[in-house]
Every structure is written in C-alpha cells, then in structure tokens.
Design a protein around this ligand. Structure first.
Ligand SMILES: Cc1cc2nc3c(=O)[nH]c(=O)nc-3n(C[C@H](O)[C@H](O)[C@H](O)COP(=O)(O)OP(=O)(O)OC[C@H]3O[C@@H](n4cnc5c(N)ncnc54)[C@H](O)[C@@H]3O)c2cc1C
Length: 398
C-alpha cells in the first residue's frame, strides 16, 4: 500500500473490483481497500444474475457458477404456480453464482490488471480539504495510514458510511430497506434448473421469498420483507422459518445469512469533489428485484472510466465528475431502475386478491422472451384497466 494513488477504491465487492480493474487498464495507479479479512466472504446474496448481464463483464466460468437456470417459477399468494419455461425464457435466463469465488475472481482480475489490493483494511474517515475529498484514513494491522488519491470511489456497499462522512445524504427510509434472511439449504426437493419466487402478504409482505438452486438438492432459500412490516414475531426470519418448516421439513440449513437491501430510488447525488459513489453505496439496486450485482459492476466500471478522463484533464471537481452521474442515470440501467421503482411502488400496494388475479391472467400468455418489461407489458395487455391504475408507468412502456 502506497501513500498516494490516482484512484482509491473503498470496498472489494463487484463495484469496487470493476472500478479497480478499469482504472488499472486505463493506466491509473489504483488501490482497493477491503475491511473484511477475505474478499467475497461472508456472502450476503442470493447470487442470481442474468446470463447476458454477466457476460457483459466476464466470461462465465464453471469455477464460480453453482447452477445454470433455464426457467423461473412464480407462486401466487393462493398457491397457483406460473411456470416460465426455457422456451419463454429463451437461452439467456441466468446463473446462480458462487459469490465467494466470483467476488475473488473479480478482484483477482483487478490485481492482474495492476491494481493494488489490501484486505482487513478499513477506510475509517475521508481526508477532506476545502470540502474536497483527497483520500482516506486507512486502518490496517493496528495502524492508521493516510492514503491520498485524486479520486476516491465509494464502493462500500449497502452499509456504506464513506459518502455520508463526505457530506452526502445517504438516508434510506425504513420502509425502503428490505429486511432479508437467507439459508443455504441442502437435502431439499427442488427443480434444480428453475428459480422460484413466492409472492403474497402472508408469505413475504411487500417483498418476496425465493428459492435459488445451488446444484444437487441445494438452494439459497431466502426472504426480503419491507423494514416497515418487520416486528416482534413477524420478522423476516419468522416468515422464512414458517415456509421452510412447511416446504422443506427434512432440509438441512448449512448457512445463515442476514442482510439488508435498499429498494429506494438511487442517491440524488453520486458525485462530489474528488468522490464518486457506486453500487449499493449509490443505492442503484433494482428496486423491484433487489438485484444489484450487475448494477454494481456497471457503475463501478463507469465511475473509473469517467475518473480516468477527469484525472487526465486535471479536473476532478464535482462539475467534471458529474459526467458519471449523468451517464448512469441516462443509461438503460438508470432508466430501468426508475421504471422498476414505479412498478415496485405499485405492486407492493396490491392486495393478494389482485395479485392472484394478475398472475392467473398472465399465466397462459406466450412471451417471446421473459423480462420485467415484457411481463409488465403483457400484464397491461391482458388487464387493460391497469393502464389507468399504472398511469405514468404504463405510458412509459408503450
Ligand atoms: C439477502 C440478499 C440477497 C441478494 N440477492 C441478490 C441476487 O440474487 N442477485 C443480485 O444481483 N443481487 C442480490 N443482492 C444484492 C447484491 O448482493 C448487491 O447489490 C451487490 O453485492 C452490491 O455490490 P457492491 O460492490 O456495491 O457492494 P458489496 O458487495 O456489499 O461490497 C461492498 C464491500 O465494501 C466493504 N466495505 C464496507 N465499508 C468499508 C470500509 N469502510 N472500508 C473498506 N471496505 C469497506 C464491505 O466489506 C464489502 O466487501 C442481494 C442482497 C442481499 C442482502
């Protein structure tokens, strides 16, 4: 670890790894600091990602793919099962990763490109001069070292504190934090090639419960419910335990993973003087699905690309770095986050009877390819009266 870099990256998750790798490839000196003793552990993720999305960043490798998905199943509140088979889902459905290995691979690639990496190294405070971010104080092996950088990338995940320390408002309303618990279970009867989503206020209020296969008779079995719905006797774990007892009574839980996912709109501001905010720290998780691996990699890479240009021009002011903020907001990713936020806000208010009605009505449709947007289009086509209820959203999809 040196005392000065072009770019300092806080956090060694997918956002930080892509930022570090891209910076090194652009010829910048860069350092990733990760507070945990090991990259990728503990895993706080159901590990699902679309095939095409993943391939935008890295070639699939069996070393870190636990299972390949060819379909998806949605279980309505009344128990009705809607299957989205491979013919509908096409050849691009997705993977369930092994993130312990996947995250390491991403950081390994950053290191290979020339980025420095240090673990058990926590960014404890920013170095601020005249309001501009100039680096961070890094705690490592009982010592605090000043590491200065032209640009700091905050990639410190959902628990992010760094941007707040730099004066950015990172507050997430309680109702927009999904309280999540996941078990890695084995010895369970599952369809090993299909993800399953259970919906309904009895199962997962304002959220959903998932079973993501991890290979032979094993799966990530988890739940996310709105923080506002959580309380004594009805916490995420209570719902999950009830489900597991009923659905997988003989299953064995080999890992317990608590966690939180923000399903709010992204931060109003993801750039400051000398600072860019990426991934979960920027709250760019898909508010409808809670998926954030792709979004983290996308914003991590983009942040480093913009930082490289700005460093090259000798201007790392907020004004110059705002190119990053504008680019991701105007991208397909930024637009889909906004759209899915509106869909989420609509869906969580639906009573179970309405959800049942919608799932029944779309179960026989023949989508060429399954995607959130195609599903919503079909829902509106089959239920034209929803156009009025969905208002702005429906209009934007036409
Ligand atoms: C239960 C659950 C299920 C999920 N399932 C899915 C899914 O199936 N698919 C999907 O796409 N997404 C899923 N997600 C979301 C996904 O895990 C995140 O969106 C993704 O990991 C974000 O990547 P990131 O790099 O922004 O943050 P992270 O992966 O959280 O990485 C941030 C890193 O920063 C480090 N850090 C924090 N503070 C500091 C500091 N001060 N100094 C140094 N290091 C620091 C942390 O230790 C961490 O390693 C799920 C999340 C949860 C909680």
């Amino acid at each position: 670890m040196k005392s000065k870099y072009d770019m300092l990256v806080i956090g060694g998750g997918p956002a930080g790894a892509l930022a570090g790798k891209t910076a090194a490839e652009k010829g910048l000196s860069a350092l990733i600091v990760e507070k945990r003793p090991a990259i990728g552990a503990p895993v706080r993720c159901a590990e699902g990602i679309g095939k095409e999305a993943l391939c935008e960043f890295i070639d699939p490798d069996p070393r870190w793919i636990s299972a390949e998905m060819t379909g998806a199943t949605i279980v309505a509140p009344d128990g009705f099962v809607m299957k989205l088979g491979s013919e509908m889902a096409g050849s691009k459905v997705g993977y369930v990763l092994d993130r312990k290995i996947f995250d390491r691979e991403l950081v390994w690639k950053a290191a290979e490109a020339g980025c420095d990496v240090t673990v058990k190294s926590r960014a404890a405070a920013p170095i601020l001069e005249d309001g501009a971010v100039k680096g961070a104080k890094i705690e490592h092996a009982g010592k605090t070292t000043d590491v200065r950088a032209d640009v700091v990338i905050a990639a410190d995940g959902v628990e992010s504190k760094f941007s707040r320390w730099c004066g950015i408002d990172t507050t997430v309303p309680v109702r927009e934090i999904m309280s999540s618990v996941q078990y890695v279970m084995t010895d369970i009867d599952i369809d090993e090639q299909s993800t399953v989503f259970y919906l309904g206020n009895e199962v997962a209020p304002e959220g959903y419960l998932w079973v993501f296969p991890k290979g032979k008779r094993s799966a990530n079995v988890g739940i996310g419910i709105s923080g506002k719905k959580s309380g004594e006797g009805h916490r995420a774990k209570d719902y999950l335990d009830r489900f597991v007892k009923k659905t997988f009574p003989e299953g064995k839980t080999i890992e317990y993973i608590p966690g939180g996912v923000s399903v709010c709109r992204p931060l109003a501001n993801t750039a400051a003087d000398g600072l860019l905010i990426t991934g979960d720290a920027a709250r760019v998780v898909d508010p409808l699905t809670g998926g954030g691996i792709y979004n983290a990699m996308y914003t991590g890479r983009l942040a480093a690309e913009v930082a490289a240009v700005c460093i090259g021009k000798g201007d790392v002011s907020r004004k110059a770095l705002m190119m990053y903020d504008r680019s991701w907001r105007e991208s397909k990713l930024g637009k889909s986050i906004e759209r899915n936020y509106l869909i989420k806000e609509y869906v969580i208010k639906l009573p179970d009877t309405k959800l049942n009605e919608i799932i029944h009505s779309v179960s026989n449709i023949n989508m060429k390819e399954f995607s959130t947007i195609n599903l919503i289009k079909e829902i509106i086509r089959v239920n034209p009266k929803l156009v009025l209820e969905l208002g702005v959203l429906a209009a934007s999809l036409r």
